[in-house]
Design a protein around this ligand. Structure first.
Ligand code: AMP
Ligand code: ZN
Length: 141
């Protein structure tokens, strides 16, 4: 179901312009208006879901199915050395638009504008602790 007020649904319906890089029946990809690196692209399902929690498996599959082809095109266009693919769910994770999307960020070097702080806590998460956490997560599936 598409939402009247959702900016990405409006883009998917063609009511709001975008710089489209890919489209099929289920998926649209367009340039992020705020480019972190050249070619920074958003990949969205046309079917509205607020976030990953609400995403149906078939919609997720269709959305990610488009990612390799788009990534290869971005790599060719930008001569990127790598790419980060990420999705933010929830304000705490940086989500500002409540329509599920993947960010594709071509990468060149550590100082190209994208940085995710990534602190590891190996002391706290012993192998025993990891085993307990994994088992507990499984109980919620
Ligand atoms: P997030 O913060 O992960 O929810 O990402 C939302 C992204 O959508 C931001 O990077 C915005 O720059 C981008 N954005 C918002 N509105 C538009 C728009 N009309 N066209 C293209 N990108 C947009
Ligand atoms: Zn939407």
């Amino acid at each position: 179901m598409q939402k009247d007020s959702c900016i990405f649904c409006k883009i998917a319906r063609g009511e709001v312009p975008s710089h489209k890089v890919f489209e099929n029946d289920d998926v649209l990809a367009f340039l992020d208006l705020s480019q972190v690196t050249k070619g920074h692209t958003l990949v969205i399902p046309k079917h509205h879901a607020d976030n990953v929690y609400e995403l149906e498996a078939e919609v997720a599959a269709a959305t990610f199915a488009a990612v390799p082809q788009i990534s290869r095109a971005l790599q060719k266009e930008t001569d990127a050395a790598g790419i980060n693919i990420l999705s933010n769910t929830g304000k705490v994770a940086g989500q500002s638009v409540s329509h599920f999307h993947l960010h594709l960020l071509p990468r060149h070097d550590k100082h190209d504008g994208f940085g995710a702080k990534w602190e590891v806590h190996n002391d706290e998460y012993t192998p025993e602790a990891l085993a307990a956490i994994a088992k507990s997560i499984q109980s919620h599936l």
